[in-house]
Design a protein around this ligand. Structure first.
Ligand SMILES: [Zn+2]
Length: 356
């Protein structure tokens, strides 16, 4: 497809563009996560009847200490407005919910739409503290960027993040997701998952739209928290690994002229992207990674392939392992040109429906 046509498509897609900027007012910061010394070796698997092979281990509910993250049992569960109260809605099995308090066998949880509810602790299992959080961007009616033949960013993000978590868990690096299937999840909820689990880092996985034009290399870009040296190093390592891996595919890439590891600030001098700003406030080292351009026909085509998604996941894993196990600085750091176009909408709670 000629580039002029592609550009038209990209412009049409701009409203659905990828990263939820959500530059609105910031909420009050979450309380700092405390270490939970009771979490040591993974317990008997009998507490979780059918864990996914990709899943992080769980520990018995008896050892619950707040804060933490509960995985809802496969059958789902009802939630209440107060401990022991009547039903105030259902939540889908497999969803991860951060909790801040436990009272008489009930945990005070936050739902993906940021409702405060109480959940019976025996309707789920507490996840052993992960080192790594993978955050699949978008979900539910927030589909993210869309390729020319309809491939939705939210689906690719979830698959790549799930694969990366599976590889990390198989290597003994406990990892979990902020979103485990196709549903809305606010940015603040995602940050609460990371914060409550006291993870060492979070990688928010996205695919992009609206490139500046053709590029002689993958248009991978990673954004870091402007005031965090750790986030900058993480972004540089993710950029380095993902761009090098994708380059093996040799397709007609597109990208921004300043593709690389970079930052974007809002008018108040804070990180522009909500997931970076809010996680910085919570003290979670995070990078937002736009792995490739789903709006580019040839990139959409390769992103439909399982092996390419697995390549992306493996590259993310290498970057994360290098971050955790070395002082490698990463590469691809670039000075971004000034941006005024707003990022795509989304990430808030307006119209949000929790997964039932
Ligand atoms: Zn996105």
């Amino acid at each position: 497809m000629p580039y002029s046509r592609l550009l038209a498509v990209a412009v049409l897609l701009a409203l659905a563009a990828c990263t939820a900027g959500e530059p609105g007012p910031s909420p009050s910061p979450s309380p700092p996560a405390e270490p939970t010394p009771s979490e040591s070796p993974p317990p008997s698997p009998s507490v979780e009847p059918s864990p996914l092979p990709t899943d992080i281990a769980a520990e018995p509910p008896g050892s619950l200490s707040a804060p933490g993250v509960l995985r809802v049992a496969p059958a789902g569960t009802t939630l209440a407005s107060q401990p022991g109260g009547s039903s105030a809605g259902r939540i889908r099995g497999g969803v991860l919910l951060p909790f801040s308090r436990v009272e008489n066998g009930w945990a005070r949880v936050t739902t993906p739409c940021e409702l405060t509810r109480w959940m019976p602790v025996d309707s789920g299992s507490r996840l052993v503290r992960p080192a790594v959080i993978l955050d699949p961007g978008h979900g539910g009616d927030e589909v993210g960027a869309v390729g020319p033949t309809g491939l939705q960013e939210k689906e690719v993000n979830l698959d790549v993040a799930t694969r990366a978590a599976a590889i990390l868990n198989s290597k003994g690096v406990p990892a979990m997701l902020t979103r485990t299937s196709d549903y809305r999840a606010s940015l603040q909820f995602r940050v609460e998952v990371a914060d409550a689990s006291a993870a060492e880092l979070m990688v928010s996985v996205h695919h992009n739209a609206d490139p500046d034009g053709p590029l002689d290399r993958p248009g991978t870009e990673t954004y870091y928290q402007y005031r965090s040296a750790g986030s900058k190093r993480l972004a540089g390592l993710v950029y380095e690994e993902v761009a090098a891996e994708l380059a093996k595919l040799g397709v007609a890439w597109v990208g921004d002229t300043d593709a690389g590891a970079k930052w974007r600030l809002n008018s108040s001098g804070g990180d522009y992207y909500g997931i970076l700003r809010r996680s910085a406030e919570a003290g979670v080292t995070t990078t937002l990674a736009e792995l490739a351009f789903v709006s580019n026909p040839v990139e959409e085509e390769i992103l439909r392939r399982e092996e390419v998604r697995q390549m992306q996941a493996a590259a993310l894993v290498r970057a994360i392992q290098r971050y955790l196990g070395s002082q490698d600085p990463g590469s691809g750091f670039t000075t971004p040109y000034p941006r005024t176009a707003p990022a795509g909408p989304g990430g808030g709670t307006q119209g949000c429906v929790d997964p039932a």
